[in-house]
Ligand binder design. Structure first.
Ligand SMILES: [Zn+2]
Ligand SMILES: [Zn+2]
Length: 149
């Protein structure tokens, strides 16, 4: 794993760099730490996606490049009808294909809940890492969201 932080944007050489990126980003911004992480993989085995979502409403959907199937990330489907989703393009190269991973801030204690969902992505073409959307979870139980990326 190697993240290059020397340029204007952090870049990663592989999909697995998204995890470290999200953890470092949360630390740098002083937001609640990310304790759990899931790499997004399609049922077909594909790991490259187009992304759309709405940062204000807090929701995201990913579409597999290989098989074209779409899925909402975590509970995004519940908010999609109220959202104004936009397709994500890389701010470096305008590419629209990404590796995707989701970081979770999780409460402590015997019955932890997800408190925050952070979607991270890595542009497959140029390697730029980013976090395109994140949202707060304010209901319980919510730990199941970890398995719904
Ligand atoms: Zn697929
Ligand atoms: Zn790019």
């Amino acid at each position: 794993m190697a993240i290059d932080k020397s340029g204007e944007w952090w870049t990663g050489s592989q999909a697995a760099d998204i995890e470290r990126f999200l953890i470092d980003l949360a630390a740098e911004e002083g937001t609640i730490p990310i304790r759990r992480y899931r790499a997004v993989a399609c049922d077909c085995g594909g790991d490259t996606f187009r992304l759309s979502g709405d940062d204000e409403e807090g929701c995201a959907r990913r579409t597999c490049v290989a098989c074209k199937s779409s899925r909402f990330i975590c509970d995004s489907g519940d908010y999609w009808s109220e959202a104004e989703p936009e397709d994500l393009a890389c701010h470096g190269c305008q590419g629209d294909v990404f590796n995707v991973g989701v970081g979770f801030s999780v409460s402590k204690g015997p019955a932890p809940d997800v408190q925050w969902v952070t979607v991270g992505q890595r542009c497959v073409k140029c390697g730029i890492l980013g976090s395109f959307v994140d949202w707060k979870i304010s209901y319980s139980p919510s730990i199941h969201l970890i398995d719904q990326v």
